[in-house]
Design a protein around this ligand. Structure first.
Ligand SMILES: [Zn+2]
Length: 266
């Protein structure tokens, strides 16, 4: 790392520290399993990364939502979990996070198979654009932090899309590391995706959130949510997908969760 950059990081960490009590509350409040299961070393690293993240990104509320320190911290810390071992550079292509009070409606043009374009409306809890902001719904985040939606995390979902889009369109394959095998990723993800689609076609209860069957991009975003927040479930259902995510994110949340002796209890 360059000397100047190193100095800048040190300056940020010492002059713009995260409020101690707010951070401790977020880490230990008993329901945010994703933080609680981390080791002290990982949490210290996450805190540094979150501090730097907050200097680089802007977080604002939409529709009159007042964004409190607690909300900012909750969003930033969750956003930094996927890049804990990758580094902040992975988020260099965007700066803004916009938080809506609840699910938001979007209208956009969509073309059908015959090429007819029509205006469609959808209700979303999060959205990511290639170069634009990350858009999130606080309602959804709050229920996830309260532990009522195991395996779901709207922040990590949207950021998985951002990582996916680092090498072009969102297609379910982020830029792989040099020690990873592209063909392996494609084979493992395609067969898991097809398996999930078959389950749905035959009206079986899907192993994971059925939204993953929408497209390869959504599949990658949804399995990333499970990877960090309910790794046991993902590993049981799609072990090979789990292993590929270990290689990509350079983390193994399963070890984290088993060491506490309370696997999958969230
Ligand atoms: Zn998505």
């Amino acid at each position: 790392m360059k000397w100047l950059e190193h100095q800048r990081i040190r300056y940020t960490l010492s002059h713009h520290p995260i409020p101690h009590q707010a951070w401790e509350n977020l880490m230990h409040n008993g329901y945010a399993a994703v933080f609680r299961e981390m080791s002290a070393v990982e949490r210290a690293h996450l805190r540094e990364l979150t501090t730097l993240f907050l200097r680089q990104k802007t977080l604002s509320g939409a529709q009159g939502l007042e964004v409190s320190t607690e909300m900012v911290l909750a969003v930033a810390a969750q956003a930094c979990v996927p890049i804990l071992k990758l580094g902040l550079d992975y988020y260099n292509s965007w700066v803004e996070i916009v938080i809506y009070p609840g699910a938001f409606r979007v209208a956009r043009d969509a073309a059908d198979e015959a090429g007819v374009v029509s205006r469609q409306e959808q209700t979303l809890s999060g959205e990511s654009w290639a170069r634009g902001p990350v858009i999130l719904s606080w309602d959804d985040m709050a229920s996830e932090l309260a532990g009522s939606r195991p395996g779901q995390n709207v922040v990590m979902h949207e950021l998985a899309h951002k990582l996916d889009m680092l090498n072009g369109d969102a297609n379910g394959m982020p830029p792989l590391h040099s020690d990873m095998v592209r063909q392996q990723w494609t084979d493992v993800f395609s067969s898991a995706f097809e398996y999930l689609q078959r389950q749905l076609e035959h009206h079986f209860h899907p192993d994971i959130n059925s939204y993953a069957a929408t497209s390869p991009a959504e599949f990658f975003a949804v399995v990333s949510e499970y990877f960090f927040t309910d790794p046991h479930r993902l590993h049981q259902r799609f072990a090979e997908v789990y292993e590929q995510l270990v290689l990509f994110y350079r983390q193994n949340p399963l070890l984290r969760f088993s060491s506490s002796g309370a696997p999958g209890s969230e």
